[in-house]
Design a protein around this ligand. Structure first.
Ligand code: NAD
Ligand code: UDP
Length: 300
């Protein structure tokens, strides 16, 4: 099986590549423009006979021959996707169009990593796949939210119009090793700000964005990769905080969803998938990764 992973040099993409490369029958091609990803995430595969890395921006057409496409390319963290919102929209819309064009030309099955952000600031909890969402079309997060909504629309239109085999995963907050340390997301911020880690060096408090009652559901990256592969292959479309840590309430960004939690009954029923790694077990693994990348020794 020849598999293309767009955005494969990023956080989730590189873990997906690790898993796909375990199967000796797979040949994996990564296309990435290195906006938020890095070759470092793939260094163990560079030079491997079944692996190929291409510097490529998905807003440009790509002419290769593949059997499956995992289409992940898109910055995922608000600070990166807001950095150049027009580019974020182009990546989602033109990028997805190009990958669908590729899927159509070569008859490949394509999986899009969409997002819980398609639900916007949801009005029902937990969110089932049937919920259409509550999204601000003109806000600062819209380039990502609406971009992914259009990407989903394109996927379904290519499926209906051209018979392309599609899969869509709406990913909720995923965490683990290789996340960008400075991406501003809550788990990376808190791990980075913990007194245990480099707050010792930077003297930063733990930043809780107001009102501080927002909720999310966190999925460890190995569970996410397992779910993505099941979806592609299936038939259906500890105590973290030092008690002495200082907490600072800081201003939030506009349109921040107040509550978010997926209804995963369909994934359980159709894919036999449910997360296995508890937050309590996953966070220390990510903390360990941040420590080794920053060269911070473990404190007793
Ligand atoms: P990431 O930023 O680590 O990875 C994205 C990758 O895409 C990077 O390697 C980046 O360089 C690449 N990229 C961006 N724009 C590109 C372009 N125009 N052409 C080619 N490559 C491009 O993010 P991630 O957390 O690994 O997210 C991967 C996918 O999962 C994204 O589609 C994201 O929207 C989706 N997702 C992630 C989360 C999460 O919690 N991490 C939640 C919901 C959805
Ligand atoms: N958040 C916070 N402190 C931080 C970073 C984020 O309180 O230092 C909050 C943020 O306001 C949001 C939640 O944590 O309610 C998750 O934010 P993140 O950016 O990680 O993901 P997303 O908003 O995309 O779910």
């Amino acid at each position: 099986m020849r598999i293309l992973v767009t955005g494969g040099a990023g956080f989730i993409g590189s873990h997906l590549v690790d898993k796909l490369m375990e199967n000796e029958k797979n040949e994996v091609i990564v296309a990435d423009n290195y906006f938020t990803g890095s070759k470092d995430n793939l260094k163990k595969w560079i030079g491997h006979p079944r692996f190929e890395l291409i510097r490529h921006d998905v807003t440009e057409p790509l002419l290769i021959e593949v059997d499956q496409i995992y289409h992940l390319a898109c910055p995922a963290s608000p600070i990166f996707y807001k950095y150049n919102p027009v580019k974020t929209i182009k990546t989602n819309v033109i990028g997805t169009l190009n990958m669908l064009g590729l899927a159509k030309r070569v008859g490949a099955r394509i999986l899009l990593t969409s997002t819980s952000e398609v639900y916007g600031d949801p009005l029902i909890h937990p969110q089932p796949e049937t919920y259409w969402g509550n999204v601000n079309p003109i806000g600062v997060r819209s380039c990502y939210d609406e971009g992914k909504r259009v990407a989903e629309t394109l996927m379904f239109d290519y499926h209906r119009q051209h018979g392309i085999q599609i899969r869509i995963a709406r990913i909720f907050n995923t965490y683990g090793p290789r996340m960008n340390i400075d991406d501003g997301r809550v788990v990376s911020n808190f791990i980075a700000q913990l007194k245990l880690l480099f707050a010792l060096y930077r003297g930063e408090p733990l930043t809780v964005q107001k009102p501080g009652t927002q909720t999310r559901s966190f999925c460890y990256v190995s569970d996410m990769v397992d779910g993505l592969i099941r979806l592609m292959e299936g038939e259906n479309t500890g105590p973290l905080i030092n008690p002495e840590i200082e907490i600072k309430m800081v201003e939030n960004t506009p349109d921040d969803p107040r509550q978010r939690k997926p209804d995963i009954s369909k994934a359980k029923e159709l894919l036999g998938w449910e997360p296995k790694v508890k937050l309590r077990d996953g966070l220390p693994l990510m903390e360990e990764d941040f420590r080794s990348r920053l060269g911070v020794p473990k404190r007793n």
